[in-house]
Design a protein around this ligand. Sequence first.
Ligand code: ADP
Ligand code: MG
Length: 240
Amino acid sequence: MSQPVIHLQQTTRHYQMGATTVYALRQLDLTIQEGEFIVLLGPSGSGKTTTLNLIGGLDQPSSGQILFRGTNIAAYSPSQLTLYRRQQIGFIFQFFNLVPTLTAAENIEFALKLDKQNKRNAPAKALELLKLVGLDQRATHFPAELSGGEQQRVAIARALANQPALLLCDEPTGNLDIETGQQVLQTLRDFNQKQRTTVILVTHNTAIAPMADRIIRLRDGQIDHIETNPNPSAVADLAW
Ligand code: ADP
Ligand code: MG
């Protein structure tokens, strides 16, 4: 039996804009199991990034609970949240967010050095991670010397550096052409299957959805529809 890794209970996030209240999420109930590959779909403004940021401890709900393996992270202090993000979460963003003045290997070493255990032998570990994403030949390249797809694979290696429980990806292929986008999705799926890392991938691109174990559609800050996919498509078979 799989275990829930994340459980959102009546999670609401709203913003006060003068006299009006803007609801980004309304009483969301959602359970994600360990090892799932989730695609979170929805039009712009539907609450996808808000959901991801709450799960990743970058933001706190206005009300409701967010259980990570049974512990309510909505009650965490800022320093507890920092530790949670560092130990449990890998983030991947649309615009890679690599440090431009560090090489591919150094970008990953930087993440490794945030963790006491991984601090030792960080350069060797960074090379191993680059090998996993097929970029060990690019270790000494700076981000500007890498293609978009290569930069995103470095960002994936960095996100995986400290063996996170959750890999949270916000439009990770949004800035890539089809071929490199597919390479990035394949890399994510491989990690999900080999290491059982739970992946939550946010996109507005419905063509990506068939690769997921479950597809969650948001609309106006609420769940519109959840679809379980008994036979996820291979990345190569996605109809872009
Ligand atoms: P998505 O990622 O699906 O495009 P978001 O989660 O970013 O949507 O936003 C959901 C809603 O919350 C939108 O209507 C957005 O304008 C609103 N929102 C998000 N962040 C803020 C903020 N910091 N202040 C006010 N409103 C916000
Ligand atoms: Mg968004």
